[in-house]
Design a protein around this ligand. Structure first.
Ligand code: IDP
Ligand code: MG
Length: 140
């Protein structure tokens, strides 16, 4: 362990939980070598989601996104490792599951369902600032 060890927030979104892919997603995180520090099953409130997705307020997919994220339980994970923020984003793949590379979580396990919001199985923090902010929201 050294000063470069980071922590990130990973969410298995309601589609991933409903499709029983939580284990497969955690398997990929652990197989990569990252460490699971904390995990919880959460029925997210609208207030929590509004804070989590603050940056997307006003975008056309915002309301469908919040409705999707409150449609069922989410698994929140605190994951640690050197460069884990960037590394988990690579494991997750591109936002659009049709374009996400094979080998990634979204590329292997996700697809377009023709909905207003992309159901793409996972969330991962995109910067150290986002990770700190999001971890304090989900693991208050
Ligand atoms: P990310 O999850 O890859 O970081 P963001 O741009 O932060 O992507 O968007 C948050 C979530 O909103 C995405 O994961 C996806 O579920 C949804 N989303 C983002 N952009 C679009 C879009 O253009 N159409 C439909 N849904 C979108
Ligand atoms: Mg994002």
């Amino acid at each position: 362990m050294n000063d470069l060890v980071e922590e990130t927030l990973v969410l298995v979104k309601p589609d991933g939980v409903a499709r029983s892919l939580t284990g497969e997603i955690l398997r990929r995180i652990e197989a990569k070598g990252y460490q699971l520090v904390d995990i919880r099953l959460v029925q997210a409130s609208r207030e929590l989601l509004a804070q989590h997705y603050e940056e997307h307020q006003g975008k056309p997919f915002y309301e469908p996104l919040v409705e999707f994220m409150e449609s069922g339980p989410v698994v929140a994970m605190r994951v640690a490792g050197n460069r884990v923020i960037e590394g988990f984003r690579m494991l997750a793949g591109a936002t659009d599951p049709t374009l996400a590379a094979p080998g990634t979580i979204r590329g292997d396990l996700g697809r377009d369902w023709g909905l207003a919001v992309q159901q793409n199985l996972v969330h991962g923090s995109d910067s150290p600032e986002s990770a700190a902010r999001e971890l304090s929201l989900w693991f208050a």
